[in-house]
Design a protein around this ligand. Sequence first.
Ligand code: UD1
Ligand code: CA
Length: 458
Amino acid sequence: MVAVAILAAGKGTRMKSDLPKVLHTLGGRSLVQRVLDSCHLVTPSRKLIIIGYEGEQVKQSFEDISSLEFVEQKEQLGTGHAIQQLLPHLQGFEGDLFVLNGDAPLLRPETLDNLLQVHQKNNNAATLLTANLPNPKGYGRVFCDGNNQVNQIVEDRDCNAAQKQNHRVNGGIYCFNWSKLAEVLPKLSTNNDQKEYYLTEVMDYLNPVMAVDVEDYYEINGINNRQQLSEANDILQDRIKKAWMAAGVTMIDPSSITIDDTVTLAPDVILEPQTHLRGNTFIGAKSHIGPGSLIENSTIGEQVKVLYSVITDSEVASNCQVGPYTHLRGEAKIADSCRIGNFVEVKKTQIGNKSNVAHLSYLGDAVLGERVNVGAGTITANYDGYKKHPTIIGDRTKTGANSVFVAPVTLGEGVTVAAGSVVTHDVPSDALVIARQRQRIIEDWKAKIMKKQSQYKD
Ligand code: UD1
Ligand code: CA
């Protein structure tokens, strides 16, 4: 049995932020959510999050609170003190406990799985992840014998000049035999520069303790300030983009593209510069996205073109063309082979197959059938100041340029709407609706007006 405990009680002073450090986001997920997600291969039966500073906010940030146990550390007296808080919660627990720093978001699930296997195979009391860093400043240094058996961990600030020469650092990621750890936790002292209870001191009492080096030292990067957050973002983006390119995605100027690791791309997708894909987004095969597009929590079909557009919380089926300068949002659903064009905003609206909304329109809370042609400047007046109302437009209906639909209103199939109409009542199928004043012509008006004006001249 495996349990995991994540240290997330600290404020993260060096972030200079109102937000607790572990809630800063990287690629669309909070640091602590990322750490939690990195445990999925070791299938923990219990997941404990140690909270303190802004604890309630940290708790509410999780996607699935019900599967987690929150342990409060009222005062942050150090990482050892944080783990001491687990003692009443894990009483009688038999198995291994992972302890993970909540600020190490680049950890890979495979690395934890490997750590667990080494730990169990060697019957270790503790196994910890280490790395040789070119710049080890700020990290605890790990001192081992020739067989990776750990003798001691010394924090950077407690190191003497000779100890500082050791570049092998503690990643803050450990696997413990819980009952052995529980036995020695009460022994921790505050005999160090910070006068804190250091978790690393347990290594003095446990045996055997083994260090395992990570291949890619980025994995143990702890985020302590905004610069490290931005560096972690670069590393993450690099990882994500290389993986999608290997899977058959073309990227033009990848350094200008960002992709959350919650996004899925099909083969032969082409991403052009300044394209940003976020959240739970899927892009189908052979779709061509960008330049200059933002797509968030949306599903895009195959062979879709999206140019200079913003799409959020929406669905676009295959063979559609979107943009330039289109905004789809709030559950817009565009069926196959539609064209949504320049300066068109579509909100919470369904559009049937082969319909076109090519220029300068707002469609909100509407349902459009198939092969509808929405004329330039068509607007649904969906809001009366209190409530939103629907507009229904049947198959093959054509709306004239500059028509306004004052919702709630329903148009049948094959309706023709005259340009400039303000439609306030339902229209039956196959009708023509003209809802504007008839044009009037006053002959010789200019001569009359000139005459009138000359009377007032002095
Ligand atoms: C810690 C390790 C250090 C290691 C480094 C890796 C100790 C004493 N040192 O140092 O050896 O190289 O991580 O990144 O463990 N936290 C609590 N309660 C507390 C104190 C901290 O929950 O009372 C949490 C913080 O929110 C953070 C994590 O523990 O998520 C690590 O704390 P931090 O202060 O960043 O430790 P480091 O000094 O980086
Ligand atoms: Ca840290």
